[in-house]
Write a protein that binds this ligand. Structure first.
Ligand SMILES: *Cc1c(COP(=O)(O)O)cnc(C)c1O
Length: 393
């Protein structure tokens, strides 16, 4: 079967060929000089990615984004305390489910309808009512493609004792995050989304306040492998160009991450975030041109990394995805239970370019028209083209 298919799902994303090649660089010991220097550089670049300096600690673990969610929360738990989960969709609900396995009282603030984000004012009120040890939020909820304003949320939570923990699995390296300036204590992600590396790495960043809390909680509720106090020592060692061992790092994936970070900084962070913004606008504009509706209720909260789109009535998701596949484009189905079968999702993060966006919009047009949807061929693509031109892409 031909391998020339455009993967347009929200993770795993498409990867730059140079990143894929770097995975087969050869066999390196995790204690070799070459690997130690690569890992050290990765840790330095990870700090730059979130605009933080030396008091902050990046940690790279072998595992998926969900491991990052669990390690990035459970380590900070104090028995019996209140934790507040802000849920804008599936991944907020996952966080609530995960935390309910630990000895804490979980309060969840949920959206009322899909496509909204929880109003920060509601969170401010919650924090006035009760004392919370931890507040968690999903930056971009991949199930509905909405983005939470974490800069404003950071200002609110900073006035309290609580740690602010951000699930950035669908945003880190695709959306701007100024961890220090915005008062965020933990950011977590996985390698296979906007970081542009195959699945298998969980990445976390801890603020000085989070590290301080760690000395108090001493990873009491984190099983052995997830104990971040142990991992901080390992990261410190690699940062100082000395190998250290606790559990074998995912050597090849870390080499892939190194390559991807090189590409990220070659492009420049500002340029990278602007590219994601421009491409997502071009995609949304094409969707509007076809007369389709987005799940995100307001353009201001529409994510730059993923877009969720309602299918026209009468068009079945399974059939639509098959028609897309027949046109060599892989899109994702719905994920948010109340509307799961009524929409599809397109990921546009990492090394995506204008050609990919045009191809996806064009395939959507042809697939829908084939299935009987009434639209004029070119209505979507022409709108996409206009936006791309306006951004000089
Ligand atoms: C994908 C995703 C996760 C889960 O990551 P896995 O690598 O699938 O475990 C968590 N949160 C968000 C926002 C995601 O997009």
């Amino acid at each position: 079967m031909s391998e020339r298919r455009l993967l347009a799902i929200p993770g795993p994303t498409i990867f730059d060929p140079s990143v894929l090649r770097s995975l087969s660089l050869g066999h390196l010991s995790h204690t070799s000089k070459s690997f130690v220097s690569i890992f050290s550089d990765v840790l330095t670049k990870l700090k730059e990615l979130l605009y933080v300096d030396d008091g902050y600690k990046p940690i790279v673990l072998a595992g998926s984004g969900t491991l990052a969610m669990e390690a990035g929360t459970s380590n900070f738990i104090r028995k019996g305390e209140n934790v507040l989960v802000i849920s804008n969709g599936v991944f907020g609900d996952r966080m609530a489910e995960l935390l309910s396995r630990y000895p804490v009282n979980v309060d969840v603030v949920r959206i009322k309808e899909p496509g909204e984000v929880v109003d920060n004012k509601r969170i401010a009120e919650k924090l006035e009512e009760k004392e919370y040890g931890i507040v968690t939020v999903t930056h971009v909820d991949t199930s509905t493609s909405v983005r939470h304003d974490i800069k404003e949320l950071g200002k609110i939570v900073s006035q309290h004792e609580a740690l602010l923990i951000v699930d950035g699995v669908c945003s880190v390296a695709g959306e701007e995050i100024r961890m220090e300036d915005w008062g965020i204590d933990v950011v977590l992600t996985g390698s296979q989304k906007a970081l542009g590396v195959p699945p298998g790495l969980a990445v976390l960043w801890l603020s000085p306040k989070a590290i301080n809390r760690l000395s108090e909680t001493q990873s009491k509720y984190s099983p052995y492998y997830m104990d971040l106090t142990k991992w901080i020592e390992i990261m410190n060692s690699y940062e100082n160009l000395k190998a250290a061992y606790f559990a074998t790092p995912a050597v090849n994936l870390i080499i892939g991450l190194h390559k991807s970070l090189e590409l990220i900084f070659e492009e420049g962070l500002g340029n990278r975030f602007r590219r994601h913004e421009a491409l997502s606008k071009a995609f949304r504009s094409g969707i509007h041109g076809l007369g389709l509706r987005l799940i995100a209720k307001d353009d201001k909260i529409a994510a730059s990394t993923v877009t969720a789109v309602y299918l026209p009535e009468k068009i079945e998701l399974g059939k639509f995805r098959q028609e897309m596949l027949d046109r060599n484009v892989v899109v994702a189905g719905g994920l948010y239970p109340p509307i799961k079968s009524k929409y599809f999702r397109v990921g546009h993060m990492g090394p995506v370019n204008a050609n990919d966006i045009i191809s996806v919009v064009a395939a959507i047009e042809r697939a829908l028209i084939k299935l009987g949807y009434e639209a004029r061929l070119g209505n979507g693509v022409s709108r996409t083209q206009e936006v791309l031109k306006a951004f000089d892409l």
